[in-house]
Design a protein around this ligand. Structure first.
Ligand code: TXA
Ligand code: MG
Length: 360
C-alpha cells in the first residue's frame, strides 16, 4: 500500500505529512516528493538496502549513479572533499536550485550503490520548499532519482508517480505540479573548467555568467559524457523518456515546412492503421489532423515547453498513440532549449527526419 500525503506548496515543516514522510525515509522506506524540477524518489543515501530498493522499484540499471539531495550547506562536509573555488562559486550562485555538482566523495559517506562504484557523488540542494522541509526533517542525505519507472518520462505531477510506482513504494508527497519540468543540470568541475554532463534547469549561459571570465564551460553533445547517454554495450543505450508509441522528430528551420511534413507523414501512417499523434505547441495545435494532438506549451515561451514536455509525452500513452511525430523543440540549443532538445532527442527512438524542402 502506498500512502498519499497532500501538502501545501509552502512546505510548512510542522505539517504532519512532512513529519510522517520524514519518519518513513528514516525507517529506510521509499518516499516520492516534489522538487522544483521533477518528482524524486527518495531513500536514505547511507542505507544500502533502501538504495537497492530504489533501483528495484524503478527497474533502473545499477551502473547509473543517483543524485544525493541536501537541505543545508553544512551537510556537504560529511559527503565530499572540500570543494574548489569554481565549485564554491556554483553553489553560491545556484543553490538551492536545479544544479547538481559532481564532487569527490568522502569514502563511506553514502552507500556504494548511490555512486555506482564511482569515487564521485552528484549533490544538489533543491529549491522546492516542500523538498527542503522534508530533507531538513529527515536530517540525512537523501538519494533521489526521478520518480518514474526507468525509461518513462520523468514525473512532473504526483499522478505521474502514482501511474508508475503505486504499490511499489511507501509513500508519495503531493505538492502539486513541479516548476521547471526538466531535471537539474549535472556538471563536473575539472581543474577549473565546468563540464555539463546533462543539460537542465540551469542553462550554460547562466553558468558562464556566474563564473569569472575565462572559465571554460563545456557544453553540448561532446561534453555530455552523461552516464545515461553512454552505451552500456556496443550499439545499445539506456532507453529514456520514451512514450510507448514510436516517436520521431521532424527537424527544420522553416516552421511551415515542418508542419507540412508532419501532416504528410501522419496521413500516410493513418492509412496504414496507426493511431497517430503530434507533439506540437499552442501556436500550431490547430494546424494538425491526427488522432491525438498534444501541445506541450507556447513556442514563444521556451520555459513553458520545458514545463509541459514530459506530461505531454505521457498523455500519448494514455491515448494509446502508436505513431508519433514531434516538432523540433529546442533544436537551436539556446538557453533552456538545450535541455529540451536533449530530452526530446532521447525520447525519439524513431530518430530525426528532415522536413521536406520548403517549396515542395
Ligand atoms: O532534477 C533532478 O536532478 C532530479 C530531481 C529528483 O532532483 N533527479 C534526477 O535524478 O534527475 P536521475 O537519477 O534521474 O538522474 C541522475 C543523473 C544521471 O544522468 C546520472 O548519470 C548523473 O545524474 N550522475 C549522478 N551521479 C553522478 C556521478 N557521480 N558522476 C556522473 N554523473 C552522475
Ligand atoms: Mg531520471
Amino acid at each position: 500500500m502506498t500512502q498519499y500525503w497532500t501538502v501545501g506548496s509552502s512546505g510548512d515543516p510542522e505539517q504532519p505529512a512532512i513529519r510522517e514522510a520524514a519518519a518513513s525515509l528514516r525507517r529506510g522506506e521509499l518516499v516520492a516528493f516534489p522538487t522544483e524540477t521533477v518528482y524524486g524518489l527518495g531513500a536514505d543515501a547511507r542505507n544500502t538496502a533502501a538504495v537497492a530498493a530504489i533501483f528495484a522499484a524503478k527497474g533502473r540499471p545499477t551502473d547509473n549513479p543517483l543524485i544525493v539531495h541536501i537541505a543545508d550547506r553544512s551537510q556537504l562536509d560529511e559527503l565530499v572533499e572540500r570543494p574548489d573555488e569554481t565549485a564554491e562559486r556554483l553553489m553560491e550562485a545556484f543553490w538551492p536550485g536545479p544544479l547538481t555538482i559532481v564532487l569527490p566523495a568522502l569514502p563511506g559517506a553514502v552507500s556504494p550503490l548511490v555512486t555506482a562504484g564511482h569515487a564521485t557523488v552528484g549533490v544538489r540542494m533543491p529549491a522546492h520548499p516542500v523538498a527542503l522541509s522534508l530533507l531538513a526533517a529527515v536530517g540525512c542525505p537523501v538519494a533521489a532519482p526521478s520518480a518514474n519507472r526507468s525509461g518513462r518520462p520523468s514525473p512532473t505531477q504526483a499522478a505521474h508517480v502514482r501511474a508508475d510506482l503505486d504499490g511499489a513504494i511507501a509513500g508519495i508527497v503531493d505538492g502539486g505540479a513541479t516548476g521547471v519540468g526538466l531535471e537539474s543540470t549535472v556538471v563536473a568541475v575539472e581543474s577549473g573548467a565546468v563540464r555539463i554532463l546533462r543539460p537542465g534547469g540551469v542553462t550554460a549561459e547562466r553558468l558562464r555568467a556566474a563564473l569569472p571570465a575565462g572559465t571554460a564551460v563545456l557544453a553540448g553533445e561532446e561534453a555530455a559524457a552523461d552516464a545515461e547517454a553512454a552505451p552500456r554495450a556496443p550499439g545499445m543505450k539506456y532507453r529514456h523518456y520514451a512514450p510507448r508509441g514510436s516517436l520521431a522528430i521532424v527537424r527544420g528551420d522553416d516552421a511551415e515546412a515542418v508542419i507540412r511534413t508532419i501532416q504528410r507523414r501522419i496521413d500516410q501512417a493513418a492509412l496504414q492503421g496507426e493511431r497517430t499523434g503530434v507533439l506540437t505547441c499552442d501556436e500550431h495545435a490547430h494546424r494538425y489532423r491526427a488522432d491525438v494532438v498534444e501541445a506541450c506549451g507556447r513556442l514563444a515561451e521556451p520555459d513553458s515547453i520545458a514545463r509541459g514536455l514530459f506530461a505531454a509525452l505521457r498523455r500519448f500513452d494514455d491515448e494509446g498513440a502508436t505513431f508519433l511525430l514531434a516538432e523540433p523543440f529546442g533544436q537551436g540549443e539556446q538557453g533552456i532549449g538545450a535541455a529540451v532538445w536533449n530530452r526530446l532527442r532521447k525520447a525519439a527512438e524513431g530518430g530525426i527526419v528532415p522536413a521536406d524542402f520548403a517549396g515542395s
